[in-house]
Write a protein that binds this ligand. Structure first.
Ligand code: UDX
Length: 415
């Protein structure tokens, strides 16, 4: 099929590359000239497993203007929807994209479907996107269709997640819109749920809120287990055999970060409050997560005075396999260490450059050098941290690196 993808951020670029690999003709539109140039040179400007290889194999036309996008069968809106200062989702990029699209839609006669893939709160597609698209003079359901189809890509395995989704969700304005989008997925072996627009929007937010809840839940159990001298990971293993609970997302530690879980949880909370509903469980999941990482500092203070001490951070990214440090617990931890007057050194195999922009005062060094610090905090569970020699060291572990247990003083955050 002929597909246009608006926004070549994380989601847009991965989807565009994967759909091109599956034989579709892809045009990517992005306002960022550097990104566009990189994509036209078949280079991934961001790190994601397999992405670079795919971009070398396919042809994608990337451009900064919207000319011709309505010649496509399907137009996927994949622009960023970050948190604003109130915790709501900022609709700036999606409004701009819809407005530019509406201009391009004027006078077009071929039928196409506009699909919102960006994460938005329930009602956004109907109340914000569709009215803008209708400014084109085209009639929804006749001249063009609309769907909302959220993505559930996980960083570090986004390509695999796209190619082999656990489920595909089509929120559809009408049957014709959904039927057109179905054609794109006819070769996918995944359950497809066809529903209305706002239900699709909620499925995405509720899924991420559930994952966040699962993590805060096991962290709470973990904090309790630590006090009782029980191994949280054994508890999680025992729980996970029950299919109703499931074994995934039960790794206790310093909490969840990244570009999605914290943002989407905040968005669901603020949008609930805007309609007069106070979501107590969701609020507690968020508040709990904000504090969990700082437990690492409390544990550290039991063993060492922080003022003037050299503290080494192993890992900075919000999880292994990515250079993304958005909302990483490492940020809160570094801030707290500086407040306590510590000298901070850090190592991360991928995220150091990104972290340096936020914390230029940290000394970024090798993992071996981190071992020479007065104490070591493990922030990200990079596999390579299992090969270090921790003997004689003080280690406070936020991620359960088993090898670190050989340290002279070892404390796990929840075990
Ligand atoms: C998440 C969702 O998984 C994905 O479906 C959605 O589309 C985007 O948000 P991602 O942000 O890439 O994906 O990371 P994920 O693997 O979900 O991890 C999020 C955070 O939770 C990380 O900081 C991770 O360390 C933490 N986590 C995850 C735990 O602390 N314990 C776990 O058991 C699992």
């Amino acid at each position: 099929m002929n597909i246009s993808v608006i926004g070549s951020g994380y989601v847009g670029l991965v989807i565009g590359a994967c759909l091109a690999k599956l034989g579709n003709t892809i045009t990517l539109v992005d306002t960022d000239k550097d990104r566009v140039a990189a994509i036209n040179n078949n280079v991934a400007y961001l790190y994601e497993v397999e992405l670079d290889e795919i971009l070398k194999q396919v042809h994608i036309e990337a451009r900064t203007d919207y000319r011709g996008v309505t010649d496509s069968d399907i137009i996927l809106i994949c622009v960023d929807t970050p948190s604003d200062e109130t915790g709501s989702i900022s609709l700036k990029s999606i409004i701009e994209a819809a407005e530019q699209l509406a201009e391009e839609m004027e006078g077009k006669e071929n039928y196409y479907v506009v699909v919102v893939k960006s994460t938005v709160t329930p009602g956004t597609t109907e109340e914000v996107v569709i009215p803008i698209l209708e400014k084109s003079g085209g009639k929804i359901g006749v001249d063009f269709g609309v769907c909302m189809s959220p993505e559930f890509l996980s960083e570090g395995k986004a390509v695999q997640d796209f190619m082999h989704p656990a489920r595909v969700i089509f929120g559809e304005y009408d049957k014709k819109s959904g039927d057109t989008l179905s054609n794109l997925y006819h070769n996918f072996n995944a359950p497809i749920l066809r529903t209305n627009l706002r239900t699709a929007e909620m499925i995405k937010l509720a899924s991420n809120a559930f994952l966040s809840t699962k993590i805060s839940f096991i962290n709470e159990i973990g904090n309790l287990c630590k006090q009782l001298g029980i191994d949280t990971y054994e508890v999680a293993k025992g729980m996970g055999f029950d299919e109703r609970i499931g074994s995934k997302f039960l790794n206790a530690g310093i909490g969840f970060g990244g570009s999605c879980l914290p943002k989407d949880l905040k968005a669901l909370i603020t949008s609930s409050e805007q309609i007069g509903y106070k979501p107590r469980i969701l609020q507690e999941v968020l508040d709990f997560n904000d504090k969990q990482a700082l437990r690492l500092i409390e544990l550290l203070k039991r063993h060492i005075a922080l003022k003037g001490a050299n503290i080494g951070l192993l890992g900075l990214s919000f999880k292994p396999g990515t250079n993304d440090m958005r909302d990483s617990s490492a940020i809160k931890i570094a801030q707290a260490l500086f407040q306590e007057g510590a000298i901070v050194k850090a190592y991360d195999p991928l995220a150091a450059e990104n972290f340096k922009r936020l914390f230029p005062q940290i000394e970024y060094t090798s993992k071996e050098d981190i071992l020479n610090c007065d104490a070591i905090l493990i922030i990200t569970e990079w596999e390579e941290f299992n090969n270090l020699d921790y003997k004689g060291k003080i280690v406070i572990d936020g991620r359960r690196i088993l090898k670190a247990k050989e340290a002279r003083i070892y404390e796990g955050i929840c075990w």
